[in-house]
Write a new protein. Sequence first.
Length: 309
Amino acid sequence: MLEMILADTTQKCKLNNVLYVPRLSYNLLSVSMATQSRKIVKFSENECSLMDATGKQIAVVKKVDNLYYVHCQEHEKANSAAAESVHKKSKETIWHQRFGHLGVQNLKMLAKKQLVEGLDYDVLKDTDFCESCAEGKHHRGKFPSDGRKRANEPLGLVHSDVCGKINVKSLSGAEYFLTFIDDKTHYVWVYVLKHKDEVFSKIVQWKAEVETYTGRKLKVLRTDNGGEYTSKEFEAFLKRGVRHELTVPKTPEQNGVAERMNRTLVETVRSMLADAKLPQTFWAEALATAVYVPEKPKSNKSSSKHDTG
């Protein structure tokens, strides 16, 4: 419902069969649609008159430059009802957002297995269509399965990759993030980086921390052929007892675990920022939250670690 301003008064005018385009800069009124609805439209040099079938004037449209502008405002009741409809969300949709836009099937699994205390997600219902997920999770295609065997102990095999350069710098000036994924437990560590030359120092720091914490030794590290992983300094460091597995150049599928985790984190971050209407500069903060959401909930002990540096 719109209220069109006619002289010093306003007049209610109901528009039918309208198209709702949230990001459109202006509301457009179709002359052809108006005439199909038995309205009369008359143009003169400086204005346009809109009348009903009886000739009663509905609105006078003033010409500004080469366009005719209808001075109107949204009807208060219709506006408040639309706002209420937008903000009325089901609890399933709210849980979907709280878990970083986790997929419906994974949410149902969490609820069925009672892996989260206080989760009142109804497994018989689906979440509403999520525009933020559609915006943040579209991609070209999935990585094919390579039929690999899983490691039989923590730190037996760790996958690593660097994601970036991110188009927008974080609040701290970071443009990359570094991930480590343990093949046995799928425990994830994330470090944000301002420059790629920080990768070596972060790996040294990470290796010392995890080996001290777990009491185990890193045995195999699988990465791509990026320069940050093939420097002489890096190779000399790994010769102290770590086997370095490198993928074939330009075949990210061979490092599929790390690539898939990076994609999952990026999609989650995009969806969270789109839903919260936050600028892209908050990607590192969203990443710090996203890394705690398991890719596939296998148990209530799944956890991850991040460093927003």
